[in-house]
Structure formats: C-alpha cells, structure tokens
Design a protein around this ligand. Sequence first.
Ligand code: GSH
Length: 214
Amino acid sequence: MYKLFVYDHCPFCIKARMIFGLRHIPFDLVILQNNDEATPKRMIGQKMVPILEENDHFMGESMDIVAHIDGQGAPLLTGPTNPAISDWLKRSNSSLYRQFLPRAACAPFPEFSTTAGRAYFVRTKERSTGAFSDILSEGAAALEPLNALLQDLAPLVQSAEAVNGHLSTDDIHLFAQLHSLSLIAGLTYPAAVEAYRQTMSKRCGISLLDDIAI
Ligand SMILES: N[C@@H](CCC(=O)N[C@@H](CS)C(=O)NCC(=O)O)C(=O)O
C-alpha cells in the first residue's frame, strides 16, 4: 500500500493526492505535525512534504510522485499543456500565497493540532511574508487582484473536466492553486472556474476549503 505524508494545507501535497484520486489508486494519507522535522528528514534528508513511501523507499517532489503514479498502467495526464495556464499560475502565485499563508495559520488543519505545530508554521512563514496580522488587516482591497486573476482564468477553461479539454499536468497545478484559493473568503468565481473547481474536486476526491474559508 502506498503511504503519502503531507500537510493538509500544502498545495504540493494536493498535487500528489490528486493523481491517486484521479487514478482511483488506494493510499494511506499521513498528516505530519508541522513542527515534526525528524520524520521527513529521516525519509528524504530534508523537512519537506509530500513524501511517498512505497516498499520502504521514499520519494519527495510532488511532480515526481505524480509522474510515478500516473505511470502505473495507462497514464491519464496525456493532454497538451497551455503556456497561458503556466503564465496564469505564475502571475497569481505571489498574491495568492501572501493572502493564503496567514489564513492557513488560523485554520483547523490537522498539522496544526498542537500549539507547537501551529507556532512553527507562523514563525517560519512570517520570515518571508512579514507579520500575518498586517496582511490580514489589508482587508477586501487585497483581494481585488485575485478576483481580477479569476476573471482572466475563465476564458482559458475549456472544460470543467480538464482545463485544456484533456487531462494534463496543467490540471494538477491549476487545481492545487484553486484549492489554496478556496481558503480565502470573499472571492468571486466566474461560472467556468466554479464549474471546473467543483468538478475537479469530485474527480480527485479532494474537498475544497470553502467551508473553512477565512
Ligand atoms: N518542490 C517541492 C516543494 C514542496 C514544498 O515546498 N513543500 C512545503 C509545504 S507546502 C514544505 O514542506 N515546506 C517545509 C515546511 O513547511 O516546513 C515539491 O513540489 O514537492
């Protein structure tokens, strides 16, 4: 049985989880505490998730895991990629994660079920973002660029089943980003983007975070 070590908030872990869901391959999901440095270091030599354990071997790097699992039997992610999607992902990355990280720090993720786990996340991430409280106090105005990006994404969505019409690695990257976005309350999703994220959520068996959005 495959074992996948993750943090629930981690977008790279969503990528690894997606391929198991899309391929209907059973696996054990193990959620590490965020301050547990020893376990991932023992497995791959650094504190980083996702990690796949298979027959006492460990594999890090989300897209290596995706390729490895998609390579079991007939691959699913055979569709073309669209440079406009990678461009959109790059353009949305920094404003998304600036708003996402302070909200993740407040959310009921299992990796933060101990105070030490949550405090580790705040301490390490605030080093690059600055104080989470300052970001959260930016309010609704800070969400305008994200709403504009969602409008830009809508015409790129060719089908709710696959962004370019046929499943590809673009779907892995895009759904992971939309999954993170779903933790941010107050965003407006154009119909095509809404249909896409709901359909992908069902296909992958990964719930969006709307219910706990902040
Ligand atoms: N290149 C890696 C990046 C994975 C990554 O950055 N994971 C983050 C969580 S989102 C991590 O484990 N960071 C260390 C930490 O949070 O302490 C991949 O695609 O798997």
